[in-house]
Design a protein. Structure first.
Length: 367
């Protein structure tokens, strides 16, 4: 059996997590601050804020950007529903833009067609860790005075022009879900280089309370001046993330080694489509594109080979959005093709090269 993902939590980490739990200091602790500090250093950002999930980070970013009812925000149609939901939570409307095939990133040439007086922002997704053409998108945002938000759920370690993704927009939100490059079970991080925005997120993630628990002169003495949420990360989760981040540079190299092995196995097979090797990609997964994907998927699962799909149904075809928008969305052809053909292969550091070869041979026999 080959699993789709395996975490990098060590036994020594579990011992320390037990100590944190026994201490009784489960939130607002020192590990959250340490994790934020190390994450800032790794990404090269000025500020980092732990949150309960990447979705929470995107939601907070949309609120802090003042998106509201009557506004429109452009998002790629091929993404996890969290990307568009974060917009909809604010009352604004998510407007879908087609993606490139096969990289799955938002099609920059299509963006201008959807910008109007209602447009207030663009959320980009670095699909499977592949950086979008962020410099071009940033220029569009500057021209039309739009907020740029980066969904970095797949892209810890991805870079564009030697700068870590998440630093080009007003904010970048990262995911620590179990299948991601590092995990805290559930959890996320928001980075930004804007001090005012940083302060907004800090308050919004903790009920809108004006003072951190460590800054209060008396226990319970605080005020709430804005409507906030409970989007905090626990301290033992932060410890898990911190320890894995320390090993991540080495683990990222292993991901690249595995990606290159997939390419070597598939490079002469005309029935399999895949993006070119990219040294700036963090390889959350290695994606290939094949006809009869669902049939191949079923057979691989039957062989107990861990594979997945990111994603099967484009956002514009999801029941909620299809009912709400009532449009045929003929301009989103690449998103549909991507959804029908993509197959995500495992790239976790513990995956053996012999297992990679077995996965590849199994797929080649099925196509």
């Amino acid at each position: 059996m080959i699993k789709f993902s395996k975490h990098n939590i060590k036994n020594s980490h579990l011992k320390e997590i037990t100590k944190i739990i026994k201490s009784g200091w489960l939130t607002h602790g020192k590990n959250s601050k340490k994790f934020e500090e190390q994450f800032k250093k790794y990404t090269g950002s000025k500020y980092a804020i732990t949150v309960s999930s990447c979705t929470a980070g995107l939601h907070l970013s949309c609120i802090a950007s003042n998106f509201k009812k009557g506004d429109e925000v452009l998002v790629p149609s091929m993404s996890h529903t969290a990307t568009s939901h974060a917009v909809e939570y604010t009352g604004a409307k998510a407007v879908f833009v087609d993606v490139n095939f096969p990289d799955g990133n938002i099609n920059v040439s299509q963006i201008n067609k959807f910008i109007n007086k209602k447009t207030k922002g663009i959320i980009v997704v670095h699909m499977a860790g592949k950086p979008v053409e962020i410099a071009k998108i940033k220029k569009i945002c500057e021209k039309y005075k739009l907020v740029l938000i980066e969904d970095c759920a797949h892209s810890l370690g991805s870079r564009y022009n030697n700068q870590h993704v998440g630093n080009y927009g007003l904010s970048g939100s990262f995911s620590f879900y179990p299948t991601k490059q590092i995990t805290t079970g559930e959890g996320g991080m928001v980075i930004t280089n804007n001090k005012t925005f940083y302060k907004k997120i800090l308050k919004l993630k903790a009920f809108g309370i004006d003072k951190d628990i460590n800054d209060r002169k008396l226990p319970g003495k605080y005020n709430v001046k804005t409507l906030g949420y409970n989007y905090r990360m626990t301290d033992f989760q932060a410890y898990m993330g911190l320890r894995q981040l320390e090993d991540y540079t080495n683990n990222l190299k292993k991901r690249h080694k595995i990606a290159k092995r997939y390419i070597k196995n598939f490079e002469n097979n005309k029935k399999i489509i895949f993006p070119n090797y990219d040294k700036n990609c963090s390889y959350f997964v290695f994606q290939i594109f094949v006809k009869n994907r669902n049939l191949i998927l079923k057979k691989l699962v039957k062989k107990k080979i861990g594979v997945s799909v990111h994603y099967m149904m484009p956002l514009h075809k999801m029941g909620y959005y299809k009912k709400k928008n009532k449009s045929k969305n003929k301009h989103l052809k690449n998103s549909s093709t991507y959804g029908n053909m993509n197959l995500s292969l495992p790239v976790y550091p513990k995956l053996k090269i012999s297992e990679v070869d077995y996965i590849c041979e199994s797929i080649k026999k099925l196509i």
